[in-house]
Design a binder for this molecule. Structure first.
Ligand code: CUK
Ligand code: CUA
Length: 639
């Protein structure tokens, strides 16, 4: 057994032990008396922070309050959601279109917030889809998915959607290297020759946030895992962790962890911009979807784009640099000053911290250790600020407070470890219940952290909650970090598997929240802006019902003249102009019921009746004392 295999075996055994015993040693697993008060937000009072949490394979994002852990909203992103009619209404279906057709699922791992000058500005929240590589933008004014862009030349869009400090770019680094180019039908064995790692830089419109793929970098066939933008002095750079530098295409011989060190990739994206301007980019034909939600018509538009510009850093030598990083680096995080870059090797017993100043010097002096795939490899020691010694087992992710400290999650030893970024000294550790993945401090990935809480996102809960059959909830835990010692104050269950999450002060969003859509501004082509405009119009075999809803009736509410073979479109306009008075709509037997229509909005349910008869429809969302009466009938006659 070679040493790396032995190391892996030991670590796996430790993981197994951890999962069996599930009791981190020497710590109380309950919030101590007095500390629970810190998570208490009295009835009727608001939380201090919004917490946006990824839903993993549920394809959703959920929004909680910090520190109460109260769930406010689940935002469907890459999933259909009957509660909101997302993926059911004709208007929202195009959001989930891809170059492969309608894909109403994805695996959402990471969230990031738009930034201005390195601080969260509260405008947009982004999320990645791993499987059918996509990135979504959520409008924080409506808590709705406003845009989804597909990423070509990518598979397993894991290293995403991390953002630069003035929201210039989001990145999307491919987890799987794949064949790139015209011929995709190649032997898997030919990995080293034909498979490429690709990083996309997605530009973000200054005013409205529209995403576009500005350029892609063509790289050797490693797997990109996570990334962070530089800040302050390192603004203009991006750092990516990568593993499988062996470029193995099978794990059956533990190929992917043989090398003692994998890499952090440092990307000088300002340099890449210069090359683009100088026309060094190569245009490639591809197909990818770009879907946007129009706030005026309340409808999504789906288009296919066909071209990206690719830069090759093996030819353009001064865009990319590899830095050796021990043992399958997972997290890669930059501290608030922008000087320190923390790599976390999942199988390493130390945490290396790199210095941006030293990286710059190493590049100027060419302190290299040869090349990898045509890209210079900086000498480890030349880039290193220092190592955190024996911090714990299985370091994953690091966030920062506003006092120069770092907090790293340890999956295997199931704990959070606090250490000082400059001195590299370990200051405190607390157990998590159990097997933490990501952790998050409000603003903890930006230049301005609010170092009040750290939230752990755990993969396993075992004995923490009432059992719910074979599957138990995943969960988050809030720790107060305002003092020297971290203190557990609350456990709360999450929706789906939480990976990364972010929090921002409530004040950034709260007063900008949209309350209603103004009915006069509704430009939906089938809107009925008053009851008088309600009508039924036949166009060939299409029946358009211009329907209105207001407390507590629909107009029209008796519909006849529909024949078998017709397609019925219920265009329901909610005439209400009060906050939080949605109406729902569902009809008996329709395949894709239901709609939820917010005040001032028009949404459409398509229904193709399959039998003759009379079909009741009703409002599905309690709206008044007469909600139960809010109903109607539609008659279907033989063709
Ligand atoms: S990953 Cu889940 S714990 Cu996909 Cu960011 Cu590290
Ligand atoms: Cu409208 Cu219930």
């Amino acid at each position: 057994m070679n040493s790396s295999k032995r190391m892996l075996t030991i670590l796996l055994a430790l993981v197994a032990l951890q999962w069996m015993s599930c009791k981190p040693k020497g710590a109380s697993n309950a919030a101590a008396g007095g500390s629970a008060e810190k998570a208490y937000v009295a009835p009727g009072k608001y939380d201090e922070f919004y917490n946006f949490v990824s839903g993993g394979f549920s394809g959703q994002m959920s929004v909680y309050g910090l520190p109460s852990g109260r769930l406010f909203r689940v935002i469907p992103v890459f999933s259909v959601d009957p509660e909101k009619g997302y993926g059911y209404s004709e208007e929202s279906k195009p959001m989930l279109m891809t170059s492969n057709g309608f894909v109403p699922w994805d695996d959402l791992h990471h969230v990031s917030f738009s930034q201005t000058n390195g601080e969260i500005d509260g405008r947009w929240t982004f999320g990645n889809g791993n499987n059918t590589p996509r990135v979504a933008r959520i409008d924080n004014k409506t808590f709705r998915t406003a845009e989804i862009i597909e990423i070509p030349n990518s598979a397993g869009n894991h290293s995403s959607p991390f953002i630069t400090e003035n929201s210039e770019y989001l990145v999307a680094g491919t987890r799987f290297s794949i064949p790139v180019g015209d011929n995709q039908d190649v032997p898997i064995e030919s990995y080293k020759d034909n498979f490429k790692g690709v990083i996309s830089f997605i530009s973000i419109g200054k005013e409205h946030g529209e995403m576009d793929i500005a350029f892609q970098l063509l790289l050797p066939g490693v797997n990109f895992d996570l990334s962070r933008a530089g800040k302050g002095p390192s603004h203009g750079w991006f750092f990516f962790s990568c593993y499988n530098s062996e470029q193995a295409n099978t794990l059956l011989e533990v190929n992917a962890s043989q090398r003692d060190k994998d890499f952090i990739l440092a990307v000088n994206w300002k340099k890449a911009e210069e090359y683009l301007k100088a026309g060094k980019g190569v245009k490639k034909q591809v197909r990818y979807a770009h879907n946007t939600w129009d706030e005026k018509t309340h409808s999504a538009k789906h288009e296919i784009r066909t071209e990206v510009t690719v830069l090759d850093p093996a030819i353009l030598k001064d865009i990319c640099y590899f830095i050796p990083c021990p043992k399958s680096p997972h997290g890669c995080d930059t501290d608030p000053t922008g000087e320190y870059i923390v790599g976390s090797g999942k199988l390493a017993a130390i945490i290396p911290v790199f210095s941006f100043t030293k990286i710059q010097k190493a590049i100027a002096d060419k302190t290299y250790d040869g090349e990898y795939g045509g890209i210079p490899v900086i000498k480890y020691e030349a880039a290193l600020h220092g190592e955190v010694k024996k911090p714990g087992l299985g370091p994953l992710h690091t966030e920062f407070d506003d006092k120069g400290n770092a907090y790293t999650s340890f999956f295997v030893s199931s704990e959070i470890v606090k250490w000082n970024v400059k001195s590299l000294e370990v200051l405190d550790r607390v157990p998590t219940y159990y097997s933490i993945g990501h952790l998050s401090i409000p603003g903890g990935d930006t230049r301005k952290p609010w170092g009040k809480y750290v939230v752990a996102y755990n993969k396993i809960t075992k004995d923490r909650y009432l059992p719910t059959g074979p599957e138990l909830t995943q969960s988050a835990q809030i720790f107060d970090i305002s003092g020297d010692k971290m203190q557990l104050i609350l456990d709360f269950p999450t929706i789906g598997e939480p990976h990364y999450a972010g929090s921002m002060p409530a004040s950034l969003i709260k007063d900008k929240s949209v309350k209603i859509f103004k009915i006069d501004e509704n430009q939906h082509p089938y809107a009925a802006k008053g009851e008088k405009e309600s009508k039924v119009v036949r166009e060939g075999n299409k029946i358009h019902v211009y329907m209105t809803s207001i407390r507590s009736h629909f107009a029209p509410d008796n519909i006849e003249g529909v024949k078998l073979g017709d397609e019925v479109y219920f265009h329901v306009t909610n005439l209400e102009q009060d906050w939080d008075v949605p109406h729902g709509f569902a009809i008996k037997g329709a395949l894709n019921a239901e709609l939820l229509i917010m005040p001032g909005e028009t949404q459409t349910l398509k229904w193709v009746p399959e039998k003759v008869g009379v079909f009741p429809f009703y409002c599905t969302d309690f709206c008044s004392a007469l909600h139960q009466e809010m109903q109607g009938y539609l008659r279907v006659s033989p063709a």
